[in-house]
Design a protein around this ligand. Structure first.
Ligand code: 1PR
Length: 528
């Protein structure tokens, strides 16, 4: 909601939230953005008395734009949550992407192209062309003869799925225009300006261009903390040490969070991640500057924003308990699209293994995933290598490495840490990844303490191990020093995205050079 409101305000619109059934009827143009689960969304429409007014509004063909879940709810029903009826405006059902059959990570997260089902560009999508838009979803509808007069565009993720529908003034997109950079702002502008154009024509389906491909994402990361004068700064360390000369020195200051975030948006970052690196000590609910950073960034930056640090339950100074869901909700309200959980995910995974692979239902991952959807929950792993002589020396999964340990060891495992790398746990990155996927995480941000700030490339062995452990997307992080490192991690591992901090902050490498390198190697990347 906040992201859509920000994007519309950036276009000069006045936005009012629907609070009662009468607000639906009196809207000039109605936007219906949605994330989360189909069933609870339908229930909410019913409980708030909005289902019938909304159906009336749609049947009258009045100006409407559904986004993501707002597209899916137009269909007859969804298999999500065991089968739920939808608004029944568009023929067809919504079903999950079949990760096993497609052999691809699910959720489908990232920037993908559109294939318009019209021979002429339609009103809503007339400026998109071959540029990409941002998707994040695990469920999709597919084009079929019964909905051919609705399907405006499809996209492709192992199979064709419905990316946009339209009849008259009623439109909906599976992608998020509010998070699709300038291309997405153009889509919203076309909607608010009522740009006309031809409707779907089944005959032209798939007629335009090569099938779209999900691009590999390049993510800029801002490690944020207060410096010794109390100002919130972007910092960056080597192997997680962010002070200039060991513990006694100043916290390295590499810039102001909002300014840097805007710069990366302009320069073509596909996403921006903020990590509140002292979040394990300080509660983010009390961390008003960090929330303000998110609010201000989300007003100007129209690509997905992830925030991490301190997402866990806690008791405040007045003895009031706050759940991890409360903390995450505050971040979402302030403009985050995803939250990233570090330390708390390690404890949740330890409990999950101890219980023989059963969740308790009340971990931060489960709570947030259930409310906001798996796609909103990233788990950040902070592992370091531990060398062993034999795989049997640890209960955790080892690899036989191409490198050798200090004592000539051939095997290593990747030990999870908490508290910003200060405390190692007896849990491997592989084991953590398996557990958090089962608990409902939608993506993994895979750091590597040994490589952090080193500039000698991503740890390919680590990335390989974790991408093989899970069916959700993995973001490779730590160690990027040159454009070739991005190309290498994408070519040699199953990483869906790669993240860097130091080289971008110090302006040693431009995001555009990273993307140029990827294009030259035949990798698909978003053109900003
Ligand atoms: O445990 O839920 O409170 O989350 C804390 C979060 O803060 C975790 O996601 C953890 O990764 C992060 N964090 C904690 N301490 C540090 C530190 O640096 N002292 N930063 C830290 C993590 C790693 C990446 C870095 C990449 C790329 N920094 O964010 O940006 O390594 O760097 P590079 O391209 O310069 O090599 P919780």
């Amino acid at each position: 909601m906040r992201s859509v409101r920000n994007a519309l305000r950036a276009l000069g619109c006045t936005v009012r939230e629907v609070r009662s059934p009468a607000d639906v009827a009196s809207a000039q143009r109605l936007l219906f953005p949605g994330v989360g689960a189909f069933g609870p969304a339908m229930d909410t429409l019913k409980v708030r008395g909005l289902e019938e007014p909304l159906k009336d509004y749609l049947r009258e063909g009045r100006p409407f734009l559904g986004i993501c879940l707002g597209l899916q709810l137009l269909f007859e029903g969804s298999d999500e949550g065991g089968g739920v009826e939808g608004l029944g405006i568009v023929p067809g059902r919504v079903e999950a992407f079949d990760a096993a059959a497609l052999g691809l990570p699910v959720p489908h997260i990232g920037w993908n192209g559109l294939q318009e089902a019209t021979s002429e560009p339609s009103g809503l999508l007339k400026d998109v062309g071959d540029r990409q838009v941002y998707f994040v979803h695990s469920f999709r509808a597919v084009p079929e003869p019964a909905n051919a007069d609705w399907v405006l565009a499809t996209s492709r993720y192992g199979e064709d799925f419905v990316a946009a529908v339209r009849q008259g003034d009623v439109h909906a997109t599976q992608f998020h225009p509010e998070k699709s950079g300038n291309v997405g702002l153009g889509v919203l502008r076309n909607f608010v300006e009522g740009a006309a154009g031809p409707g779907p024509s089944a005959a032209a389906a798939g007629a335009r261009g090569a099938p779209p491909r999900l691009t590999k994402r390049v993510i800029a990361c801002l490690d944020v903390r207060s410096n010794d004068s109390g100002d919130l700064v972007v910092t960056k360390g080597d192997q997680y040490d962010v002070r200039d000369s060991g513990d006694g020195g100043e916290v390295r200051n590499l810039g102001k969070p909002v300014e840097l975030c805007e710069r990366y948006f302009r320069e073509g970052a596909d996403e921006v991640t903020f990590l509140n690196i002292t979040g394990f000590r300080d509660s983010p609910l009390g961390d008003l500057p960090m929330l303000e950073v998110l609010r201000r960034s989300s007003e100007r930056v129209f690509v997905p924003l992830t925030v991490g640090g301190g997402i866990r339950g806690f008791t405040d100074a007045e003895g009031i308990k706050h759940s991890a869901l409360d903390v995450a909700s505050e971040y979402f309200r302030s403009g985050a699209d995803k939250v990233s959980i570090g330390g708390d995910a390690v404890f949740a995974a330890e409990e999950w293994w101890a219980a023989g692979g059963e969740g308790t239902g009340d971990t931060s991952i489960e709570q947030i995933s259930e409310r906001y959807g798996a796609q909103a929950v990233v788990v950040s792993i902070d592992p370091r290598r531990v060398w062993v002589s034999e795989p049997g020396d640890t209960k955790n999964r080892t690899i036989r490495s191409a490198q050798r340990g200090p004592g000539g060891e051939e095997y290593c495992w990747f030990q999870c840490t908490v508290k910003g790398g200060r405390e190692g746990r007896d849990l491997g990155a592989y084991e953590l990844a398996v557990a958090v996927e089962a608990l409902g995480a939608g993506e993994i941000l895979l750091n590597c303490i040994d490589r952090d700030g080193a500039g000698n490339g991503f740890d390919l062995e680590l990335v390989d191990m974790v991408t093989e452990a899970v069916g959700i997307p993995v973001i490779a992080s730590s160690g990027a020093g040159a454009p070739e490192h991005f190309t290498e991690v994408f070519e040699k591992t199953g990483a869906s995205a790669a993240l860097a901090a130091g080289i971008f902050h110090r302006q040693e490498v431009e995001i555009s050079s990273v993307k140029q390198g990827m294009l030259e190697s035949g990798l698909s990347t978003r053109s900003a």
